[in-house]
Design a protein around this ligand. Structure first.
Ligand code: 4AD
Ligand code: MG
Length: 498
């Protein structure tokens, strides 16, 4: 059997082909059955006519997600999804699937996450996973083409690379190790060997926060460059981000629209990005202008909530008098979506006053909270670098600023539209004595980092890098509400589904 992929059907127009896939949907129009067959590369409408005898009887038996090989003539059909249609002449049933739990009706997110292993087959997750593939491929190619060498860093590590509070312990024979929170410390050493390097792998944080931004296992891409300063690191982060967004827009514009993403906003992602210091960000949060703007937004949200409630009531009325099952399904699904929108907006409105208060009372010295990042990043239509944080708020390895030793030469890159931090990076402390002091200040033991300190002993140079969280980047690019949809099998503090 010669198997054809649905996204290659163009090369087979006017000829016979065989698709190997699963039944995604089925519609019967009396003497003809329309099968939607998916094969992972796309979806094809396959038309089976009653005059086909046995083939028609086979089609009648097919249930959702049954596995089939379908043979027939490929025709150009501009109205069909994908642009082609198959006139079926043969069906080979591999398995008739049992009653499939996911139906075309709207399901709640909890139900879908409980069925994540099956939900992956549906169009929405499939689109997101394809965008993930493009993003990761583009990033790897970007670094490879720009002279960065891939160095894989370990997952089992002896010490903290970030906040020691978020370490996962692993029993390792007779001793205790941890799951890596970052590859950075290894990469800093590798950059002294090879100049420009990067790593890309899973990282682990025992984050006790159940937010839309936190996973306990996430994928991080980390470049590290020898002979580099903070400004070089920001230039790289900026260029890389522009290239990734361009690649996604080029390949996935339709997919993004399917997800409801406003692609015009992504087109604004051009150089230069906004750059502001932490001190400027703190002043911005506390300013009267920011307060007035946030209060106006809150009023706007309240008005929007009223509109949604009116719309929901109207849908509920229509639902009561709906005439057929198809209408009931459609209305149920619309009501479901509106209810989710209402719940989200309601939560924003409930939290609004608290977030305004937190911003107004923001004290110089602490890290920016999630709501503070949201407030800053909502003010711009492209990413914002916030630089020079107080040293107490950041990790031990960040280099103290040349002019103001209360702050470090670091940056967080916040994605616009309220998405918040997607990149964290810095120039590294290259002075041995200062670094040992910083390690002690943070309650860590210099002995544990002796190997890391070696790179300050033997040919220390200014260097720096950053970490990009793939799932956070995707949440923003795809315009999603929650990071959990960006990875096939998410791990969060709240729940592990599979
Ligand atoms: O800011 P972070 O903690 O920086 C580091 O780990 C540095 N060692 C990186 C470096 O300089 N080489 O994490 C970097 C990024 C964040 O900006 C965020 O995108 C992502 O990793 N991230 C998370 N993503 C999902 N869930 C979590 N719990 C995350 N924690 C961090
Ligand atoms: Mg960070």
């Amino acid at each position: 059997m010669n198997k054809t992929l649905i996204n290659d059907l163009g090369a087979h127009a006017g000829r016979q082909a065989t698709l190997c896939g699963w039944v995604y949907g089925k519609r019967s129009g009396g003497r003809v059955i329309f099968l939607q067959v998916r094969d992972g590369s796309g979806i094809c409408q396959c038309v089976v006519e009653a005059q086909n005898g046995d083939v028609f009887l086979s089609a009648e038996k097919l249930t959702r997600e049954s596995s089939v090989e379908v043979t027939g003539l490929v025709n150009v059909e501009p109205r069909a999804p994908g642009g082609f249609e198959m006139k079926v002449s043969g069906i080979n049933i591999i398995q008739i699937a049992g009653e499939y739990p996911i139906t075309p009706k709207s399901h709640g997110i909890d139900f879908l996450m409980n069925h994540r292993h099956l939900w992956l087959r549906s169009k929405r997750p499939a689109v997101i996973m394809k965008i993930r593939d493009t993003i990761i491929f583009t990033l790897r190619k970007y670094f490879h083409d720009n002279g960065f060498m891939l160095v894989d860093t370990p997952i089992l590590v002896p010490g903290a690379g970030e906040d020691a509070q978020t370490l996962f312990n692993v029993e390792y024979f007779e001793r205790k190790l941890f799951l890596a929170q970052t590859g950075q410390l290894y990469l800093e050493n590798a950059c002294m060997a090879y100049g420009k390097v990067y790593c890309f792998g899973p990282t682990f944080r025992a984050e006790k926060s159940k937010t839309r931004r936190h996973l306990t296992e996430f994928w991080m891409l980390e470049p590290e460059i020898a002979y580099a300063k903070l400004e070089d690191v920001m230039d790289l982060a900026e260029d890389m981000t522009v290239k990734v967004v361009e690649a996604v827009l080029e390949k996935h514009e339709e997919d993004l629209k399917f997800l409801g993403r406003d692609v015009e906003r992504l087109r604004n992602v051009k150089k230069p990005f906004v750059r502001m210091t932490y001190t400027d960000a703190a002043n911005n949060l506390r300013s009267a202008e920011t307060k007035a703007w946030l209060e106006k937004e809150l009023e706007h949200d309240k008005a929007k909530l009223q509109d949604l409630i009116i719309k929901l009531t109207s849908l509920e009325d229509q639902h009561k008098t709906a005439k057929n099952a198809w209408q009931v399904d459609k209305l149920t699904s619309e009501m479901h979506d509106i209810k989710e929108e209402i719940a989200d907006l309601d939560r924003d409105i409930q939290n609004g006053p608290e977030h305004i208060k937190l911003a107004q009372e923001f004290e110089w010295g602490g890290d920016l909270g999630g709501s503070d990042e949201t407030i800053i990043s909502r003010q711009f239509d492209k990413p914002v670098f916030v630089t020079h944080y107080p040293k107490e708020a950041k990790a031990f390895y960040m280099k103290k600023d040349y002019d103001d030793d209360r702050v470090v030469r670091n940056m967080d890159m916040l994605a616009p539209e309220g998405y918040g931090e997607i990149i964290g990076g810095s120039q590294r402390e290259d002075d041995l004595d200062v670094l040992v002091e910083r390690i002690k200040e943070q309650g860590l033991k210099p002995e544990d980092y002796d190997w890391y300190l070696d790179l300050r002993r033997y040919g220390s140079v200014p260097h720096g890098g950053f970490g990009l969280g793939i799932e956070r980047l995707m949440t923003w690019i795809c315009g999603l509400k929650h990071v959990r949809e960006t990875i096939a099998f998410p791990r969060t503090m709240g729940k592990i589904y599979q």
